[in-house]
Design a protein around this ligand. Sequence first.
Ligand code: RAM
Length: 920
Amino acid sequence: MNLKSSFYTVTFLTILCLFVSCKQEHVSKPEGLIISEGFKNPLGFYDATPTFSWQLPVATTIKSQKAYQIVVASSEALLPNNADLWDSNKQESIQSTFIQYAGKALNSRQKVYWQVKYWNQDNVASEWSAINSFELGLLNNSDWQAEWIGLPTKEEGVIGSQENIIHRPQYLRKGFELTKNVASARLYITAKGVFDVAINGQDVSDDVMPPGYTSYKKRIETITYNVSNLINSGKNTIGVEVAAGWHSGRLGWMKSYWSDTESPKIICQLELTMEDGSKEIIVSDALWKGTTNGPIRLSEIYDGETYDANLEMPAWTTNTFDDKNWKPVNAFDISNDIKLEPKRHTTVKSKITLETKEVVEKDGAAIFDLQQNMVGVPLLKVPMKKGETLKIRFAEMLSPDGTFYTDNYRSAQSTDYYTASEDGVVEWMPKFTFHGFRYVELSGFDASKTPSKDWVTGLVQYSDFEENGTFTSSHEKLNQLQSNIVWGLRGNFFDIPTDCPQRDERMGWTGDAQVFGPTAMFNANVYKFWASWLQSVRESQYDNGGIPWVVPDVLYNNKVSAGWGDVCTIIPWKIYYRTGDKRILEENYETMKGWVAYHQAKSKKFISSMGGFADWLQPLPANGDNKGDTSHSLIGTAFFAHSAKLTAQTAQALGKTEDYNTYNQLYKNVANAFAEKFFDEKGKIKDVAETQTSYLLALAFDLLPEAKQANAKQYLLEKINEADNHLRTGFLGTPLLSEVLDETGEIDLMYKLLFNETYPSWFYSINQGATTIWERWNSYSKEEGFNPMNMNSLNHYAYGAIGEWMYERIAGIAPLEPGYKKISIAPQPNAPLNAASASYETPYGKVTSSWKIENNTFQLETTIPPNTTAVISIPANTSEALLLNGETFKDNEHIKLTKTTANSFEFLAQPGTYMLVSKF
Ligand code: RAM
């Protein structure tokens, strides 16, 4: 090569490099980094082998990922080039979610830093992401040097409203002295009960009723707090309040359980790293002191809280307080039977504030209306006279005469009391209880003052997750339904998924969870919430494979119900489909198999005799039974087949071919037996009651041979028609209505059912003033008042299961492949709607679908996130023009027309935003 040509070569290469690096500059760094089930930079993390996920930023240069590299190190300074824990190296892979950590083993307390970069579709590398971190909690019981401590409250012999033992809340404290300066401090803590902790007079956190509710006999969750800023060199004091909570309080209806409860206790370990690098540790032990003579006299989840300000102990969590009259606590070794594990989802917090909208005075009391049924506590700012007691009552609704409707709280007293120690405005909220209410009634306040709205504010409390899906439409009542669904979610995700949040129940009913789970996953970022509860489900499974009615199991009655226990196959599968994370399948696979074996044990020749709650609360049952009209055996057999099928699908996803064959064959055998036993050769129900739900189960779970299917569908339509085009379905049938009618092309009919205003229908309760989903289709009516049954929750999310169809089919956003790697945008417009839209945070980023009908055109605007593709389908008169972003549609690199029928266009779209307009 001569000088001149090498000059040209160098120049050419320089220009090329400039061009490439110029291009590289446009490939911005990954965003939205999370680990495992959706944690951002967590502290006290539970998972020593996490997965890593990130999102590609929205930019025209970024369509998809070709490769990635993750680096993990023990300090920030080592990143990205000297990762000492793990360097994945460049991996040719489109996967940007749930990549398994495969580096050095990580230990309790370890803080780990990580970063990721990716190569886009043109193999151009992005910049490195921001550095993220996670710090592990105490992963093993052997990490604990502390002991369980507490006072023997059981011996105090205080008896509650249902002859239950009341454990008075305890105040526990300990002073300690440090000679060196603290560089960093971690407090590891939990309770058999619920706790609140302060150090040197300052609250450690705003968590509500930690640690939350697990299968306490198997596992108690621990919480980690960064308390570096609260500890001084010299004297310090830590103080912990502990109340009965779920662990030692009244729960369920098992008297034997309440009377047998252990006195509440705490365990905590304050680990300090001093500035000189030395370590110190302060633990809960027999040297702590305690009292039950503090201001919280009583605290029960169902019954409420009683507070006496005369017993306040100012500054009891500071060094100046004298605890000479307090008693030494009892201390107990931790046992290995109960695992202490870092909490694997987020604690409950006060998330939303609701102002009072209206105040009325009645018989010397003041009633505050928040105009929204909610769950949490009131924040009170009320003028009082010294020595007077404020009585705080709650109700979800008022009776027509303006009095409180509390029959539906059943034995739950749900009443708080506050006794004032001086004249003036009292500011207070209960700490270790929660209520489900729209109305608050106060009596006992300073009668010389006129009640005003600012006396009561509602603090809405639920597990600290973010909402991540939205739905709205052109129809006010449909929007109210969406609002009711979301409020049902907020109200019943109080650390575990509950059936209802207000009466003497509030338990993790498995059937309710099973039907509402998928809708919850759209509305909120609740993967970790479900994964955590599923751990309790696994821990609660009976030895014979049965899954209890409620989880955690406090009924201890060894009873099982078809359609309830199936939560252990249905929810993991639904989560997998929505997230794409196979770990949820791995974790739950053995439980699924155990459950299917239980089904099998309850069946003869594949026909089930399991029984249970059946199509719970079906409206207008012929026999007046809460369990409805559908055959229990038919329901049990249908769920047997369905769980076998989901277990087969799981085996397939996990690459277990032999298991797949076994369970798939089992599903087919059960389905055949089902079709033979319950359907005649034409596909009509035989020998048992013909109900909407029996046809729905058969069709939704794919249990009929093709020859019978079409007819079965016709019989279903006849049943619906007989009911004047109204639903006749309870907990199990209702979620299947939309799925089956949609799949069989009966969109018109589904719209009819959804927009029905008369009983039974979703809008019926809205017409009666519902601001949440009700337990019964007719929990209340303007004509007839409250349903006479006191099992009548006005905040019961089960029928909110319709939400899934609203987002997936009315707005039209659904996964076509696990995790929304491939997305379906296929709205189903129909009268009376002329617009609807939804957005959803997929693991890859935000997807939106927003349509409206205007001047005989159908207009869809949709955004497809990076690293995904979408199949878009829109209704159209396809003989007329089609516009893309205002111009005549032409195939391009981003979007291609793949199919045209007489009344629809179908496209394959790459990431981006598209405005499609068709004649309609
Ligand atoms: C009631 C609740 C719950 C339901 C059970 C069968 O206690 O309504 O929602 O699952 O019954």
